[in-house]
Unconditional design. Sequence first.
Length: 184
Amino acid sequence: MPVRTKSETMTLTATECAVLGLLTKGERSGYDLAKKAERSVGYVWAPARSQIYAVLPRLVRQGLATSRKIRQSGKPDKQLYRITASGRAALRAWLETSADVEATFLLRVFFGELMSKEALVSLIERRRDEARATLAEFRAIEERIKDEPADYHPYLTLRWGFAHQRALIRWADEILRELGREEA
């Protein structure tokens, strides 16, 4: 999503947003960010270490993060990064308005505490609605092929699709109830 900072417009990537999200928990080095990502957001968004190192200077140039050098005796100097107020605003804007709901859904839910409750509820409702629509498509496919000779292995994938979409709908309904959305 385009985000305005100073006089330029930029488009943030999911990796940039994941790094900014991790920086909301405090100042970290690139190495620390990679380790933290592996143990947390890496289960839903796993950027390569090289991507993290490439993103950090770009975030600094864009004014979304700052860096400072720490001198170390007998080792190379360490760069520590911190999110800026502009970085927090850009991250929140991306979390709340990014159009690619399915591709970044779990990443956005992972950082849901940084969103307004309304935006989080809307995100989960949209994803649930997409799952319902996909489920309807799968039912139509099943109806079309029910009288054809069974093609077992392709049908297994359709059954997986049913299970996946139903699980997503159940999860979304449960989370929406927890978030106080009665009509889940």
